[in-house]
Write a protein that binds this ligand. Structure first.
Ligand code: HEM
Length: 425
């Protein structure tokens, strides 16, 4: 969801590497982006020059004018082919959106995520916490996988191992999860990523398309739709990469933020300890409390701190300052969601970590990490529930901390976190 930086293909490789490096660094050091956002919010004329919406009022207005500020900005980064997120409203968009909504209605993410979290916890406890574990590879990746895989109905297992694979082969499932991670990574890193990274995404995208082609008959049966194969495959490919990797990454960012707030972590753990098991899984009040924390932790570390939009025709947007920002046809605008999420005009006591904040009329803004308006993420409630289940599981484990004994506990692959080693304190 990256802003285009001119014509990166015309850049010398060194400059490209540098711009990619800066982008990845900013993603990891979100506080810097927050600072930049605060300045643009304070001086809307800067946003006017640069075409950046930063105040909550400006961001909401831009995101609710999809015909003037178009999602086609995502298209160059959809390495596995066209999909809903990059389409303008129209019959294809409506049909694909109806399909996603129908598939999401078949999920019971709370039950499935709780179930997988409990089975992963049992495995972690078996080791007695002696060895560090990887939050992504040993925990989150599988919880999200189980909670979402039913979007493919009875074809879910075949999708994960391919037409010829053994349904229970975990290494094939892992291969699939890596494949979709790199395809999704391209959406985040965009055209500034190095040629090597782009090539890897393209190879994974080709393999994802071939995988879906191989099982499209099974998917058609499972979805019970009579659409042409191209439609089934487009939606299957899109649903695969858009759902899993982003939720896993967001979950990891939530945990990273929580561990950086030892007091908050301690209070949540002591609440979990009082309830014990199975209470933590059954108590609605506790679940709501953890859910509120997930949203607030996401506010401080959103996976999409900014979004971009294409401008199909001359227009302007209200910056919140005295003059509007002029936008020329063929250009782009940037939406600094991270700035809007901390706008004190809309969010009371915005810089304070406050999961129980009363958002009043701005309740919808609370979910800005998932976009806003008609193009907001259709799966946001599902994603929040999955992360809530994953976090509840971690809260009943002994205290966790980053495992620094085996190199860096957190490793990145471009803008994405590829590992987070944790150990029991
Ligand atoms: C924590 C996890 C997730 C986050 C942070 C997230 C975030 C987002 C954001 C910010 C957008 C809007 C992009 C824009 O306006 O340009 C979006 C759109 C979308 N998301 Fe999610 N998402 C998550 C999980 C999921 C899951 C699990 C699915 C599963 C189906 C999903 C499916 C979609 C789809 C289909 C769209 C496009 C909607 C449209 O354009 O009409 N997302 N997501």
């Amino acid at each position: 969801m990256k802003v285009s930086i001119g014509h990166p293909d015309a850049m010398p490789p060194g400059l490209r590497r540098l711009s990619y490096g800066i982008f990845c660094w900013l993603n990891r050091h979100i506080i810097v982006l927050r600072g930049v956002g605060a300045l643009v919010r304070l001086w809307p004329f800067v946003g006017r020059w640069l075409g950046v919406a930063a105040r909550a009022s400006a961001v909401k207005k831009v995101l609710t004018r999809p015909r003037s500020f178009s999602n086609t900005s995502h298209q160059p980064n959809l390495v596995s082919g066209d999909y809903l997120i990059g389409m303008d409203p129209g019959p294809t968009y409506d049909a694909d959106r109806a399909l996603v909504d129908a598939r999401l209605a078949c999920l019971d993410v709370e039950v499935d995520a709780n179930c997988e979290a409990r089975s992963r916890l049992a495995k972690l406890r078996q080791t007695g916490g002696k060895a560090p574990f990887d939050l992504i590879d040993d925990y989150l990746m599988w919880i999200v996988f189980r909670a979402i895989q039913r979007v493919f109905g009875d074809a879910a297992e075949k999708v994960a191992v391919g037409a010829e694979g053994d349904l229970h082969d975990q290494s094939l499932q892992r291969q699939y999860l890596l494949e979709i991670r790199y395809v999704a990574g391209q959406l985040i890193a965009g055209s500034s990523s190095t040629l090597g990274i782009q090539r890897r995404a393209e190879v994974c995208a080709a393999s994802l398309r071939a995988r879906m082609e191989g099982v499209s008959h099974d998917i058609r049966k499972a979805w019970d739709v009579s659409a042409p194969s191209a439609v089934i495959e487009r939606n299957a490919v899109g649903l695969a990469w858009i759902s899993h990797p982003v939720t896993v990454q967001s979950g990891a960012l939530v945990v990273q933020e929580l561990l950086s707030r030892p007091k908050v972590y301690r209070v949540l753990r002591s609440k979990a300890a009082k309830l014990g098991e199975p209470g933590v899984w059954e108590d609605d009040g506790f679940r709501k409390c953890v859910r509120d924390h997930v949203l607030e932790l996401m506010r401080f570390r959103p996976i999409f701190p900014l979004l971009a939009r294409d401008v199909p025709r001359d227009t302007e947007f209200e910056t919140g300052g005295r003059s509007n920002a002029q936008c020329r046809a063929g250009g782009k605008v940037t939406i600094l969601s991270i700035a809007a999420l901390f706008d004190p005009r809309a969010v009371p006591d915005s810089s304070r970590f406050c999961p129980q904040r009363n958002w009043g009329d701005e309740e919808r803004l609370r979910y800005l990490m998932f976009g806003y308006g008609d193009r907001q993420c259709p799966a946001m409630n599902h994603a929040v529930e999955i992360m809530t289940s994953a976090l509840i599981g971690l809260l009943i484990l002994p205290e966790l901390r980053l495992a620094r004994d085996d190199g860096k506990p957190i490793m990145y692959d471009g803008p994405l976190m590829s590992r987070m080693r944790l150990r029991f304190a």
